[in-house]
Design a protein around this ligand. Structure first.
Ligand code: GTQ
Length: 347
């Protein structure tokens, strides 16, 4: 019986106390909690309204510089995981602010990061000697152990959603980090170099990938949107996803990083998705449009730049009031490698 509240008989309780003193415990008291019939998660559905969050982020901008903070970020912490700096059990999310003229100094770590740009234009992220300018809706990746720094040479604040596998790396006790010698790394390749090399449906003839990360480090929204627009004009939406695409590593056909996957979907105006669930707890960032997502008995109403979470195995439906574009990320990439990922589509 998986009954947490069951009080063991006195002779059993005494036995548990005696073995407890030797760092042992009876499996039969917790077997069905440890090995549940289906996913059980403390992660809660939750939405952060950008209108509510933005003033706090700007207030943080007056309290500490990006340089002093190293990364000036407000962590989006799942209310079901207080104190854990986690948006889902495996992933971390935060909103990062870089003000005009500021730098977020160079460092590297074994954690993988994705950035999804919410506000501002043309601040840069540099990865291993190359800069990319960031615009709203762009997806920028900074793979594990790559040197990266950010800087804002524009005249407007730049805000993006950070997604990192901090909890996952912590689970494996595999965190390493180093600070760079200089705030901003030396640029060794011009803007657009990696786009030409890796993001033009071509790859350098003798190039062999050294990692499981995509060699593309900026997936610009202009091209993403063009693809979605064309797809929506050319066929019917998937009943569960609308027009949903996966960001791809062109070297392998796999996900953009070994641990974090990224997706983008267009929902036509008035579209209501059929109920869907999957084992990858997912974080959404609204790019365009308005609507609501009903998950676990809660209704999350969203509009552009809002961020919301759908927990693992929580059945959910999306309703788009106007044509909408949702970006999302999850640990599906890691789960697929481990043979764990599952989905269920209801009619
Ligand atoms: O930009 O490198 O939100 O190292 C958390 C940790 C961002 C970053 C975060 C990080 C970064």
């Amino acid at each position: 019986m998986a009954d947490d509240a069951r009080i063991p008989a006195p002779e059993r309780a005494a036995f548990y106390d005696r073995i407890g003193a030797h760092s042992m415990a009876p499996l039969w008291e917790s077997l069905h909690v440890l090995v549940s019939k289906q996913p059980v998660t403390p992660v809660k559905p939750h939405l952060w309204s950008y209108d509510q969050v933005r003033p706090y982020l700007m207030e943080a901008g007056g309290l500490i510089t990006a340089k002093e903070a190293e990364r000036r970020v407000l962590i989006l912490e799942n209310p079901g995981l207080p104190g854990k700096a986690s948006v889902t059990h495996s992933l971390y999310a935060g909103l990062q602010l870089v003000l005009p003229g500021e730098v977020a100094p160079g460092h590297r770590h074994t954690q993988t990061a994705l950035r999804f740009i919410l506000e501002g234009c043309d601040a840069f992220t540099a990865v291993d000697g190359e800069r990319t300018l960031m615009r709203p809706g762009d997806l920028v990746i900074t793979p594990s152990w790559t040197w990266h720094d950010h800087g804002n040479d524009s005249d407007r604040p730049m805000v993006w959603l950070d997604a990192l596998d901090i909890p996952l790396v912590g689970f494996f006790d595999a965190s390493f980090a180093e600070a760079a010698n200089a705030d901003s790394q030396e640029v060794s390749r011009p803007l657009g170099d990696s786009t030409a090399r890796y993001a033009s449906n071509l790859l350098p003839v003798d190039w062999k990938p050294a990692t499981q990360n995509s060699p593309i480090f900026n997936y610009p929204y202009a091209r993403t949107r063009e693809a979605l627009t064309t797809l929506a004009a050319n066929g019917d939406p998937d009943p569960h996803h609308g027009y949903k695409m996966r960001y791809v590593n062109p070297a392998s056909g796999g996900h953009v990083t070994p641990t974090i996957s990224a997706f983008v979907q267009l929902l036509p105006q008035g579209f209501a998705s059929a109920p869907y669930r999957s084992t990858d707890g997912t974080v959404y960032s609204v790019v365009e449009g308005e609507g609501r997502t009903v998950v676990g008995g809660q209704t999350l109403s969203w509009k552009p730049r809002d961020v919301f979470v759908v927990p693992s195995w929580a059945e959910h439906v999306h309703h788009a009031t106007s044509e909408a574009v949702l970006f999302s990320f999850s640990d599906r990439s890691a789960q697929e490698k481990l043979g764990l990922w599952r989905e269920r589509r209801a009619a």
